[in-house]
Ligand binder design. Structure first.
Ligand SMILES: [Zn+2]
Length: 445
């Protein structure tokens, strides 16, 4: 591997052999494959499920807010990495194909969690958001007389009560729980490896899935919790702080068996393999990751291992490694020192608007509502703009509220499905509209 120029091995245990050849690993740490009850196979040795009053007050078991579960997670991370830290891993894999829905195993509207810990936490969250009970009652349309009786509602009940903001706040709190859980994981890592970075890769939340129940708020995860990911969505590059050490981990990950890469014609297949690292470089990646194909796959499948049966390197991996070699040889530096072209276009990312859209679909059951998918609306622009030769960046509501229109020189802001803007964001839009007549804000609400 080292002779091929491979410098790291992510999402695998670090072997002493890797370290000996200066290949830095990316061990898995406390992963959550929660599909089975089989003890000892995957943490936490039990299956994730919804329990309690499923219709009106569902509980996520295990709850990410449960101190006992958090303790198990911390212990598992320590157990996973304590004998690997000495090999100086490049980073750690904290979650893969996992989110608040567990390993995709919890489906449907998942209005968790109503456990005691979450009820207490929700009230604290609301106190910091609203300050006073009067403000909360005004926004919710409720009539609580003391904080201890304040609680959440599932979507159907919120629609029946006409209290959609109450439901949205509960989903936002679930997003916070999910982000906070990653903070705990990072803290557990850094107890053993103080400079450690942790990744959450493929959180099963693509641009084509509308999901208020995933817990995935990309802005919170990449900025507030501070996890890294591959360049699997536009938010990774846009939300990772410019001066963060995580930027060295912004790699592009490709697999030759994926339909957008695989070609039946072997010459075309190899040509594509050699082009992939160059494409990654031009898209702003600092590295190229190859999703190794399974060694045990039969020869007639598109899955091809990086090693031939005689343990020589396959043609595919040699073509990829050759491209990486040429990038390292010099032209790569030229590009690294260059600046990405900038069309001064931004797409607003608003998790609150996703929740508002989910509620809007529950209230409106017509054909238009059923077709609304915020991530697809994002997808229209994230695919369409590059196809027309434009670059874009994603902009969170927080960034907008903090004045990013000016500091990032944004000339066109697209609000693809915006139904909820913070007051700070509204102020910024208003002041920009007043200052310059060239402003246009297309809005599909
Ligand atoms: Zn809970």
């Amino acid at each position: 591997m080292r002779r091929l120029g491979i410098t790291s091995d992510y999402h695998a245990h670090v072997a002493a052999n890797h370290a000996r050849h200066n290949i830095r690993g990316g061990p898995t740490a406390g992963l959550h494959y929660e599909q089975s009850n089989a003890p000892g196979v995957f943490f936490p040795y039990h299956k994730t499920e919804v329990v309690g009053d499923k219709a009106h007050a569902p509980i996520r078991y295990p709850c990410l807010n449960d101190p006992a579960y958090q303790g198990q997670m911390t212990a598992k991370i320590e157990q996973d990495i304590s004998n690997q830290v000495c090999y100086a891993p490049q980073s750690y894999s904290l979650a893969h194909e996992w989110n608040y829905r567990a390993y995709g195993s919890l489906s449907g509207p998942l209005d968790t969690c109503f456990c005691t810990n979450c009820q207490v936490g929700f009230r604290q969250y609301l106190r910091s958001e609203y300050g006073t009970l009067e403000r909360l009652n005004k926004v919710w349309g409720s009539a609580f007389s003391d904080w201890d009786s304040v609680g959440a509602l599932v979507l159907a009940d919120a629609v029946a009560a006409g209290q959609i903001p109450r439901w949205i706040d509960h989903r936002r709190y679930a997003d916070q729980i999910f982000a906070d859980f990653f903070k705990l994981k990072l803290a557990a890592l850094r107890k053993l490896d103080p400079a450690a970075e942790g990744g959450g890769i493929n959180l099963r939340m693509s641009l084509t899935t509308l999901d208020s129940y995933s817990g995935v708020d990309f802005w919170k995860l990449y900025r507030e919790a501070g996890i890294f990911s591959y360049l699997e969505n536009p938010y990774v590059l846009a939300f990772t702080p410019p001066d963060s050490p995580r930027r060295r981990l912004l790699a592009e990950l490709k697999a030759m068996w994926h339909p957008n890469c695989f070609a039946a014609d072997p010459r075309l297949h190899q040509l594509r393999a050699g082009n992939l690292p160059w494409q990654a470089l031009l898209e702003g990646a600092r590295g190229f990751g190859y999703y190794e194909e399974y060694f045990f796959m039969p020869p007639y499948s598109p899955f091809q291992p990086i090693l031939n049966a005689d343990l020589t390197a396959s043609q595919t991996i040699r073509n990829i490694a050759g491209a990486v070699d040429r990038i390292r040889a010099g032209l790569g530096h030229f590009l690294f020192d260059g600046r990405m072209a900038d069309s001064h276009i931004a797409l607003l990312y608003s998790r609150a608007s996703e929740h508002a859209a989910t509620a809007w679909q529950a209230i409106n059951t017509n054909a238009l509502a059923s077709r609304l998918s915020p991530p697809e609306r994002m997808g229209f622009y994230t695919k369409g703009l590059p196809a027309l030769g434009y670059q874009f960046t994603a902009l969170s509501d927080d960034q907008l509220a903090q004045g990013a229109l000016d500091t990032a020189g944004i000339q066109l802001l697209i609000l693809p499905f915006t139904q909820a803007l913070s007051t700070g964001a509204v102020e910024q839009l208003r002041s920009c509209a007043v200052r310059t007549s060239s402003w246009r804000v297309p809005c599909h609400a």
